[in-house]
Design a protein around this ligand. Sequence first.
Ligand SMILES: Nc1nc2c(c(=O)[nH]1)N[C@H]1C(S)=C(S)[C@@H](COP(=O)(O)O)O[C@H]1N2
Ligand SMILES: [Mo]
Length: 313
Amino acid sequence: MTQFKFKTDIAPSQITPESIYEKRREFMITSGVLGTALLLNPWTSARASVAISDYKPNVVNTGEALTSEKDATTYNNFYEFGTGKTDPLQNAQNLNTDDWKITVSGECDKPGEYALEDLVKPFDIEERIYRLRCVEAWSMVIPWLGVPMASILKSLQPTSKAKYVAFKTLLDPEQMPGQKRSVLQWPYEEGLRIDEAMNPLTLFAVGMYGKTMPNQNGAPVRLVVPWKYGFKSIKSIVSIEFTEEQPQTSWNISGPNEYGFYSNVNPEVNHPRWSQKKERRIGEIFKQKTRMFNGYETEVAHLYKDMNLKTYF
Ligand SMILES: Nc1nc2c(c(=O)[nH]1)N[C@H]1C(S)=C(S)[C@@H](COP(=O)(O)O)O[C@H]1N2
Ligand SMILES: [Mo]
C-alpha cells in the first residue's frame, strides 16, 4: 500500500530528482524570507522529496510546548476504527488513501468530483501550530500542515444561497471496521456556518509534524477548527456540500443535549455530564484552565457577537 502523497504539479513520469529540485528552488526564490526560514527548518531535509512539498513555516508561535508526535499519533479519536484511544493506530493502517476523491455539491458554481491534488495545491501548504481541545477535557498542541479552508471554498465559488458547509467522512465498513457498529450514524458528518469555514484559522489539513497525515489522524485530509471541540474537526473527508439550511451532524444526532451544532470551546458552558472549565494537556500532569474559544477569542469572537452561547452551544 502506498500512502497518498503530495506531488509537484509535474506529471509522475516526469518526476526526477532534478525536476523536484528545480521546483523547490523556484519556490524558495519566490518565497523570499520564507525561503530562508525553510532552509533553516530541520524538517525540510528530513522529508522525502515527493511527499509534501515545501511548505510555508508557521509565523505565529504560541510559545507553548508541542505535544509529542508520539502522543499525537497514538492517542486518537476516530470511531470508524474503534472507540478506544489506541484503536485508530491499530486499525487504520490499511486505509487506502490513494487516488482520493472529494465530491463537491450543493450551492456552488463548481460542483463535481475532485482529486485531492486538484483542491490542495502543494505550494499553498502552510504549517499552523494549533491547540486542539477535545470535548473530553484533554488537549494537545499540534503543528499541522494544510491549506486555509477559505481559499479552497472560494475556488469552488459558493452561490449567495450557501449559508453552511457540510462535510462527510468516507463510508466503507470493510476498510473502517468501526462502521459495522452503530455507535454513531455513519458516515460521520459535520458542518460549519460558511463564515466559520471561511475564517482564516480554519484549516484543511493534509499533514502534521512535517509529514503526510497519518491514517489515525484523518488521512488524507481533515478539518482543523481550533476554537471548537475536537469532534468538529472531521477526518478523512470525501464530501463537501454547500447548503442553505444548517446541516445535521453525527454527534448532534447521537446526543442533541450534549453536542450542539456550534460546539465552541467554552469554559462557561458545561457538558451535561462533566465540567468544561479545565483540561489536561496530554503529556502534562496538572490540569489547566480552559480558555474561551480555546484561546482564539481575538480571532473568532466577532462571529458570535449577537448570539447567546448557552442556547447556541
Ligand atoms: N471521521 C471522524 N472524524 C473525527 C472523529 C471521528 O471519530 N471520526 N473524532 C473527532 C474527535 S472527538 C477528536 S477529539 C479529533 C481527534 O483528532 P486527533 O486524533 O488527530 O487528535 O478528531 C475528530 N474527528
Ligand atoms: Mo474529541
